[in-house]
Design a protein around this ligand. Sequence first.
Ligand code: FAD
Length: 194
Amino acid sequence: MPDPTSSPSDNKPLPPGMVLGPDGKPCKICTAFRNWTPADKPKRAQNGKQPAPGIAATMAAMAAGSSAVARQPDPDTRPEYCPPDVEQLGRATWTFLHTTAAYYPEKPTSNQRVNMLTLLRSLPVLYPCSHCASHLDTNIKENPPDVSGRVALSRWLCERHNDVNSRLGKLRFDCSIEKTDERWKNGPSDGSCD
Ligand SMILES: Cc1cc2nc3c(=O)[nH]c(=O)nc-3n(C[C@H](O)[C@H](O)[C@H](O)COP(=O)(O)OP(=O)(O)OC[C@H]3O[C@@H](n4cnc5c(N)ncnc54)[C@H](O)[C@@H]3O)c2cc1C
């Protein structure tokens, strides 16, 4: 697999944040929407409306109190009807995985353990962002899943997520069961999610 952050085979410099797929071409599902700028990309469609102003213009107009400009769509925000980018896919996948771990039994049957293992081991094979899948494959081989119960599984998953967070320069999450349950099962004690 080529280095996903190096230049494509035609040696043209890769725009910042664009990621290559296993075929050596820019990979849409591996790239954040705001960084997806292929050379032959048509101007971002605005459903027949005028193109939205840049962020700087929008911020300036908002500061000046212009509601007309403030209502324009943010060109860096993906419209609802679009397929996911690497970030939206990641958030949805983490939501599914952490929530599933939070509701996994304290004492799973052998059938539940086998199925959880199959789910987790399938991810590096099937996850559509190829470089994410490749990192996850290495990570899971070095840190085999602990499917012995929900506390152990929640921690294991939290640590794998933290490995990605660290690689992306994001803050690490407190992997105690109190914190993962608060985020993915119970909500905060102030009742704001009840
Ligand atoms: C398996 C996998 C591999 C990925 N690999 C890459 C990659 O190589 N490159 C890339 O650009 N993106 C990757 N992503 C996407 C990336 O992890 C993020 O999902 C994406 O950048 C959006 O980040 P976010 O800041 O919105 O929050 P996310 O990281 O998606 O987190 C969602 C929410 O989970 C909570 N949270 C954060 N950390 C933890 C934790 N450790 N445990 C429990 N809860 C937590 C927070 O409340 C956060 O708001 C990957 C996603 C997955 C599922």
